[in-house]
Design a protein around this ligand. Sequence first.
Ligand code: ADP
Ligand code: MG
Length: 334
Amino acid sequence: MSYSEFGLIRKFFQQEPLAFSRQFVEMGIGDDAAIISSPESKSICMSMDVLHEGVHFPASADPTSLGQRALAVNISDLAAMSAEPLCFTLGLSMPTVNEEWLRGFSAGLAELAKKYNCPLVGGDTTSGPLSIAIQVQGLVEKSEAAVRSGAKVGDFIYVTGELGNGALALQAMGINVKFADDFSPELNALSDGDLSYLNRQFYTPEPRIEFALAAATLLTSAIDISDGLTGDIGHILRASGVGAEINVERLPYGAALQKSCSREDCIAAALYGGDDYELCVTVPPSQAKELEAIAASQNLRLTKLGEITADKDFLLIHENGKREFAALQSYTHF
Ligand code: ADP
Ligand code: MG
C-alpha cells in the first residue's frame, strides 16, 4: 500500500466520528487486525452485505446517502437477530481516489455509526469498480437470538413500518425492479415531497434495532425484509417447518405507493418488492399485546399480517375470502 492510500485511510476512515472508541473494541484501525472482546453472557453475531454500483445503487447516488444505506442494511440484519450493534469493517473498492466522494461517504457512515454505537474497526481499500462490502458484528444475549427456525404453529406474524417503498423508490430512480414485469406505477402522480420521502426510505432505512432489542424475549423468529416479504417469510417457514396465512388486505402501504399504484401493484410491491428493511417477526398470541405496546411506545407502525399454520402451505387471503398460494418469488441476484 502506498503512503497516499494509507493517508487516505487515516483521513477518511480512521477518525473520530467513524472510528470512535467503544466498550469491547480493544483495538480498531491501524494494526494488522482489530481486537474485539465480548461479555460472558453474550454471543457475537456477524453479517455482511456487498453493494455494487449499477446493481444495488445508481452511479449517480449521493455518497453520504450511500454511506448511510450501506451501514443501515447491515445493521438491519443485526436487528433481525435481536443483536445490539458492536462494530463494523469496510471493504472498499473504487476506481479513483475522489476526495469529495470519500468525504461524503465517510460522513454518511459516521452518522449511522454514531447513531447505533457501531464504530469502524478495520477494512481493506483497493482499486477497481466501485463496490462497498461491509461486515457488522453485534452482541446478542445467548438465549435471545431471533433465529428463523423458531416460529411455532399459532404464532402471530407482524411487520414493522410500511412495505413496498423500496420497490417504488427503485422504479422512481430508473432502476428496473425485477419482481414483476408489469409493475407500472404512475410516477407522474408523485410530488417532490413523495419522491424525497421515497429517497429517504431507500437510502436511510431505519434499522429496527430499538424495537428488536425491546422485543427480544417475546419473539420466536424474525427476519428483515430485504428480498421481498413472501420470500423472506418463506425462509422462516422452511427453517421452522411450518406454514402461514397472511391477510393481503392488511399489508401496510405508504402514501406514495397508494397514490401511484393500482391495488394490484401495491400488493405486488409489498409482497415481492424488497429493499424495505422492515422487520417481520413471529410471537406467541400470549405475547402479542406486549409486542404491540412496545411498538406503540416507540411510535412505530406495527401490523399484524396473519398467523403461522401447521400445514406447510403459505397462503394469501384476499378481501373476498379468496385463498391463493403465495409465490415464493422474490428478488434473486442471478
Ligand atoms: P494489510 O496490508 O494488513 O491488509 P492495510 O494496509 O490494508 O493492512 O490496512 C491498514 C489498516 O487500515 C488496517 O488496520 C486496516 O484494517 C485498515 N483499513 C484499510 N482499509 C480500510 C477501510 N476501507 N476502512 C477501515 N479501515 C481500513
Ligand atoms: Mg489490506
